[in-house]
Design a protein around this ligand. Structure first.
Ligand code: MG
Length: 453
C-alpha cells in the first residue's frame, strides 16, 4: 500500500511531464496569406506538406475570418478578443504608420496578460504592429519575451529606394531600415529579412523546449508573406509561384518545425496550435499578391477575399481530424484560450468571440451569430448564417470612396461563395434580419479613443 501511495505521489509530482498541466497555446499568424495559398485550401502551385498534414490531423475551417481586412486592427482584435472599434485600433488611416502616436492601449487586456495571470509563460515572436511607444509594446502587453519586428517589413524605407522595390522579386536586402528587436532592444538594423523566418522558427523551437514543463502561450506572428518578399537561400527559387511561393513554403517548413518540436518534447497532446492569417492577399502586388482562391477581392476589402482566411486547429488526441463549415473568427481564440486555461473572462470587458472548445473537442455546432465586416470604424457588411449583406463596398486599394448600397447587396455564401449574384430583391426579410443584428451590435459598442490618427 505504502509503495502504491509513493508511486502515486511521484506521478503527481511529475504531472507536468505527463500533461496534467494546463494546455499550451500556440497561435501561428501569417501576414497577408490568402485563402487559396495552401495546398489544403486548393493551391495548385504552392507546396505546403506540413500545413496539409496539420490540417489532415486537425480541424480545418472552411469559414474562418480575420477580424479586419488590414493588419493593425486584425492583430489588436486577435489579442484582445474584441472588434478593433472597442480598442480604438482602427480608423480611415487603416494601420499604424511611422508617424502614428497611438498603439494598443495599456487598459486593454490581451490574451497574453490573461494567460500570464494563470501562470503561463508568454512569448511573442515575429511582427508586432500594435505600437512602438510605452504601454503598447509586447513586454508591456503581457509577453515575457519578444523577438521580432516592431511593424511591417515595408515600413522605414531607405531614402532613394527605387520605386517598385517593394514588390520586386529580388528586393534589395538593405532597402528597409526595419529593426529586429529582442525584448525591446534593437539587436540588428536593418534586419536581415532573408533570415527572419528561419530565426523566428529557431526561437520558437527553443522557447517550446525551455517551457515544456509549465504552460505556455506562444504568439508566433510571421513577417511573411508580406512584401517585400524574402526567403532564405534554402527556399529561394524553389516554388512554382515565384518568391511569394518560396516565402510561403518556408513558412510551411516553419510550421513543421514547431509541430515536430512539440512531438519531440512530448507535449503535442497538451498543446493547441492554431494557424491563420491577419487578412487576405494583397492583390495589387501582382505576382506577390497571393490568392484568395474562389473568393472575391483581397486585403483591404470586406468582400470575402479580404477577411476569410485559412484556419487550422491542431491538438492530436483531443481534436478529431476533419473539416468544419462552422463560422468562426480570430476573436474566438481569446475565449477559447481562457477556457483551456480555466481562466475567467476579464471583468468589465466585452468580448466579441466565443469559446470554440465544444466544436474543437466534441464536434458540437456553434450557436448562430452575426459576423461584422468592419472597414475602419464603419460596418461595411454583415454575415448571418449563409447570408451576407453589404451596406458599402470598396476595393481594397485604389477606389477612393465606397459604393453605398440601399437596399444592401445580398449574397448566399453557400450557393455563391464568390459573391457574384445579388439576390436582395428576393429576400427582403433576410436583409431586415441582418439590419436588426447590426443595430443590436452597434447599440452595445462604445468606441475606444482613436489610436491610428
Ligand atoms: Mg497583413
Amino acid at each position: 500500500m505504502k509503495q502504491i501511495i509513493s508511486i502515486l505521489l511521484l506521478f503527481a509530482l511529475m504531472s507536468p511531464v505527463f500533461g496534467a498541466t494546463k494546455p499550451n497555446i500556440i497561435i501561428i499568424f501569417t501576414d497577408d496569406l490568402g485563402y487559396g495559398d495552401l495546398g489544403c485550401y486548393g493551391s495548385p502551385v504552392i507546396r505546403t506538406p506540413n500545413l496539409d498534414r496539420m490540417a489532415a490531423e486537425g480541424l480545418r475551417f472552411t469559414d474562418f475570418y480575420s477580424a479586419s481586412e488590414v493588419c493593425t486592427p486584425s492583430r489588436a482584435a486577435l489579442l484582445t478578443g474584441r472588434y478593433p472599434i472597442r480598442s480604438g485600433m482602427c480608423s480611415p488611416k487603416r494601420v499604424l504608420f511611422g508617424n502614428s502616436k497611438g498603439g494598443l492601449p495599456p487598459s486593454e487586456i490581451t490574451m497574453a496578460e490573461a494567460l500570464k495571470a494563470k501562470g503561463y509563460a508568454t512569448a511573442h515572436i515575429g511582427k508586432w504592429h500594435l505600437g512602438i511607444y510605452e504601454g503598447s509594446r509586447p513586454m508591456e502587453q503581457g509577453f515575457d519575451h519578444s523577438f521580432g519586428l516592431p511593424y511591417s517589413n515595408d515600413m522605414d524605407a531607405r531614402p532613394g529606394l527605387p520605386k517598385g522595390a517593394t514588390g520586386s522579386p529580388n528586393p534589395p536586402h538593405d532597402g528597409w531600415n526595419v529593426p529586429l528587436l529582442r525584448d525591446g532592444k534593437v539587436v540588428e538594423q536593418p534586419a536581415d529579412q532573408t533570415t527572419l523566418t528561419r530565426r523566428y522558427t529557431e526561437e520558437a523551437v527553443k522557447f517550446i523546449a525551455e517551457k515544456k514543463r509549465g504552460s505556455f502561450f506562444l504568439y508566433f506572428a510571421h513577417t511573411f508573406p508580406h512584401v517585400p518578399m524574402f526567403a532564405s537561400p534554402a527556399f529561394k527559387g524553389r516554388s512554382r509561384a515565384g518568391i511569394y511561393g518560396d516565402a510561403v513554403e518556408e513558412i510551411d517548413w516553419s510550421v513543421g518545425q514547431v509541430l515536430d518540436a512539440l512531438k519531440k518534447n512530448r507535449i503535442e497532446k497538451n498543446t493547441l496550435v492554431f494557424f491563420t492569417s491577419d487578412n487576405g492577399p494583397w492583390l495589387i502586388m501582382g505576382d506577390q499578391g497571393g490568392s484568395a482562391g474562389l473568393l472575391r477581392e483581397g486585403k483591404g476589402s470586406t468582400w470575402e477575399g479580404g477577411m476569410r482566411v485559412p484556419g487550422i486547429a491542431w491538438m492530436p488526441g483531443r481534436i478529431k481530424p476533419g473539416v468544419t463549415t462552422q463560422l468562426a473568427h480570430a476573436m474566438d481564440l481569446f475565449p477559447t484560450a481562457l477556457a483551456l486555461a480555466g481562466a475567467p473572462a476579464p471583468k468589465g470587458v466585452v468580448l466579441d468571440g466565443i469559446d470554440l472548445t465544444p466544436l474543437l473537442f466534441a464536434a458540437k455546432p456553434l450557436p448562430q451569430r452575426p459576423f461584422f465586416y468592419y472597414r475602419g470604424e464603419a460596418i461595411f457588411a454583415c454575415r448571418l448564417g449563409e447570408w451576407k449583406a453589404h451596406f458599402k463596398t470598396q476595393t481594397g486599394y485604389g477606389q477612393p470612396k465606397p459604393d453605398i448600397h440601399e437596399p444592401p447587396l445580398l449574397f448566399h455564401l453557400g450557393r455563391d461563395p464568390s459573391e457574384k449574384r445579388n439576390v436582395a430583391a428576393e429576400h427582403a426579410d433576410v436583409i431586415t434580419q441582418i439590419q436588426e443584428a447590426v443595430k443590436t451590435h452597434q447599440a452595445g459598442v462604445v468606441p475606444g479613443a482613436p489610436q491610428l490618427d
